[in-house]
Ligand binder design. Structure first.
Ligand code: UD1
Length: 354
């Protein structure tokens, strides 16, 4: 076992900027060199540059500028770019990848074939739905990783049932670290009236971006119908893909669509919402960590701990279930899942146990 001194971090999509921001700080504190590579999977200013500015993420060493495409085109172009960068003299001790996007998959496959140890942050999550591209990305990345940093006990259990036990660590959730760290910044710098004219508790915050919802006109129409039935205004920052699918959808009068918001504005919007309606993985957790109930617009979740006590309700894309869930309030205390301090634990493991 040797301690690492140089990590290459591969990121590309919105939630990865948030996760990497939390861990990067701890790497700097520990004196570990980090080289960031941005695949360019997300490239619009409000999908990428805003996060780098707000979260003070260092300029990436290289942006591959891959952009959008089919899964094969996008992942393939990332792999070509990553292989070029990783063989150009960088010589890291490991490659760190986050979550379950195509950038995660491309990074893991290229590093593994170059015999560079793969470190997976947010390992072991499963939806058990292989129609989701993210599920394929998770399974493959976990197979290739030598170090698997799991946020929850259930993610450890998922790996165990697949026979993966070596290199597995229960670290807690780096997104919780980010929520705590940047939640304070958001409180100071982005008050609610800078984000919306609505009073605290007088609106719902919503996001929809998953392919299974945006690319199925029946599901997308069901979600918008449900949002229209829940009474209060719904503030809905739109992922560009969702915006491009709205042509045939009737947006109800109480639904206020707007451009995507940065991380700080998103934390403020969530903190003061009556509830959050989302198909995002990250927002399900952020809502609960900020003490706000969540309604998940999917048929399953990887974050099963959030379902305890009715704090997170799975409603799919069914307007009746969306309406009924919005009318319910959880009575039990909010479930405490995932430990804080994951970023620090991850860096400690890298430094001493690699
Ligand atoms: C990706 C991840 C998903 C994650 C999400 C976070 C995969 C398979 N999915 O989904 O797990 O939850 O990021 O946001 O990697 N687009 C733009 N501008 C951008 C980025 C995207 O217009 O800056 C549009 C393009 O039309 C593109 C579409 O959004 O085709 C989808 O983008 P893509 O990168 O394929 O995946 P996401 O849906 O963002």
């Amino acid at each position: 076992m040797t301690a690492i001194t140089h990590v290459v971090t591969i990121i590309g999509a919105r939630p990865q900027f948030v996760k990497a921001a939390a861990v990067s700080r701890k790497l700097v504190e520990a004196g570990v060199r980090e080289s960031l590579i941005h695949t360019g999977q997300h490239y619009d200013r409000e999908m990428s540059a805003v996060f780098f500015q707000e979260l003070r993420i260092p300029e990436p060493q290289e942006n591959l500028g891959v952009g959008s495409g089919t899964h094969a085109v996008q992942t393939g172009e990332m792999m070509i770019g990553l292989e070029r960068v990783l063989t150009s003299g960088l010589m890291p001790d490991c490659v760190m990848v986050y979550g379950d996007t195509n950038s995660t998959l491309a990074g893991a496959v290229v590093a593994a074939k170059l015999h560079i140890p793969v470190v997976h942050v947010e390992a072991g999550l499963r939806s058990f739905n292989r129609r989701m591209p993210e599920e394929i990305n998770r399974i493959v990345t976990d197979r290739l990783a030598g170090l698997l940093f799991c946020p929850t006990a259930s993610s450890i259990e998922n790996l165990r049932s697949e026979g993966v036990t070596d290199g597995v660590h229960l670290t807690g959730d780096v997104m919780l670290d980010a929520t705590r760290l940047f939640g304070d910044v958001a409180r100071r710098k982005v008050p609610l009236d800078a984000v919306t004219r609505h009073a605290p508790g007088a609106y719902y915050a919503a996001t929809v971006h998953r392919a299974e919802n945006t690319d199925d006109p029946v599901r997308l129409a069901g979600i918008f119908e449900g949002l229209g039935r829940i009474g209060l205004p719904v503030v809905l920052p739109l992922h560009p893909r969702t915006r491009s699918r709205l042509r045939d959808i009737e947006v109800p009068a109480n639904v206020e669509t707007r451009e995507p918001v940065g991380y700080l504005a998103s934390l403020t919007l969530v903190r003061h919402a009556r509830a959050v309606l989302t198909d995002s993985g990250g927002l399900q957790k952020e809502a609960l960590w900020l003490g706000v109930p969540c309604i998940t617009l999917r048929d399953e979740t990887e974050w099963v701990e959030t379902l305890e006590g009715g704090w997170n309700q799975l409603v799919g894309a069914d307007p009746c279930r969306i309406e009924a869930a919005a009318a319910r309030r959880p009575e039990d205390p909010v479930p405490a899942f995932a430990r804080e301090g994951a970023s620090e634990r991850i860096v400690e493991i890298l430094r001493h146990h690699f």
